[in-house]
Design a binder for this molecule. Structure first.
Ligand SMILES: [Zn+2]
Length: 148
């Protein structure tokens, strides 16, 4: 952690506290070079930037809900939906990012969904790829039949 004052990389932790019901870690640090103190906050929370410009906390239930809608009437087990949502969440968290766009999440869902059910995939893609004409559906359906 770089010192915000002199930009030195040589800093030490002098106090650590968890807050916000364990989802945050606050650290008090001291710079070894300029000896000033500063606070840092670490969070495992992930923010999602939405299309309308607002942000919200990542919520895996939203992925599950989106998948349930896309898979309505399709021979897809709820367990498979949960597995995709978990897979996507794991891959996002393993990258260690603090912010991701809702579109990136949607695209991350598409790949495993394609293997699971073609119709559900097309429904889901229509939302996340901004399909706005029947031609977009046709193109995506053709790509499913003839993968590049
Ligand atoms: Zn410093």
């Amino acid at each position: 952690m770089r010192c915000p004052f002199c930009k030195s990389l040589s800093t030490e932790v002098i106090d650590t506290r968890t807050g916000d019901r364990g989802t945050l870690v606050r650290r008090r640090r001291r710079c070894r070079k300029c000896e000033r103190k500063f606070n840092t906050i670490e969070s495992a929370q992930l923010l999602v930037s939405k299309k309308n410009g607002k942000s919200e906390l990542f919520d895996e239930r939203k992925i599950v809900n989106g998948l349930v809608k896309a898979c309505k009437g399709r021979p897809v087990a709820y367990e498979d939906i949960l597995a995709i949502a978990q897979e996507v969440e794991d891959s996002i968290r393993s990258e260690g990012v603090v912010r991701i766009s809702s579109r990136q999440i949607g695209l991350a869902v598409l790949e495993p969904l394609k293997k699971l059910d073609a119709v559900a995939y097309l429904r889901f893609a229509s939302v996340y790829e901004d399909f706005d004409s029947p031609e977009d559906f046709k193109r995506a359906a053709m790509e499913l039949e003839n993968p590049k």
